[in-house]
Write a protein of this length. Structure first.
Length: 169
């Protein structure tokens, strides 16, 4: 199988980084959700905290790399000023013009919120560490930020997959 440069970067951006983001979210969510006083021993708190720090930091890092590669590597190809660019193809057809107007606006602007929220969640975890077991409010805030980052990223990912299906890079 041969991949062109554009296909390679679309694969890295969408599948590799997107898949890593999903895995990091699953681990971080499970760790944050189960970090409750009645469920964890003193030894378990230290072990879970290490995994939680790695999971939340990984998710934030992957989210940043994903939006950066999307914005500065993949997106310029989408937006080329040629009649055969994906953007031109979508806008030329009245049935698909909304895919660009809503979907790409989300991906261009709103998707940047995901790494910001993931970074905020990672910061809470890094700041409180083992104290998250005692400070359930901080744990719930981190969990809320984490889930919000995931929701924004999932919407961007779904829109990206659908747009790529209509007009691939």
């Amino acid at each position: 199988m041969d991949l062109a440069t554009r296909e390679f970067w679309a694969l890295i951006h969408g599948l590799v980084l997107g898949g890593g983001f999903l895995l990091a979210f699953a681990g971080g969510f499970a760790g944050l959700y189960s970090l409750k006083p009645g469920l964890v021993t003193g030894t378990g708190i230290a072990e879970r905290t290490r995994r939680l720090v790695v999971g939340t930091t990984a998710m934030a890092t992957i989210a940043w790399v994903t939006v950066i590669t999307g914005t500065w590597i993949v997106y310029p190809w989408y937006r080329e000023d040629t009649p055969t660019s994906p953007r031109s193809e979508l806008l030329a057809n009245p049935d698909t013009a909304e895919w660009h107007k809503f979907g790409m606006e989300w991906k261009e602007h709103v998707a940047w919120i995901a790494p910001m929220l993931a970074t905020a969640a990672a910061f809470v975890v890094l700041y409180y560490r083992t104290d998250l077991i005692k400070n359930q409010t901080a744990r719930k805030i981190a969990l809320g930020l984490f889930v919000a980052a995931f929701a924004v990223a999932v919407i961007a990912g779904i829109l990206g997959a659908l747009i790529t299906k209509k007009a691939s890079v």
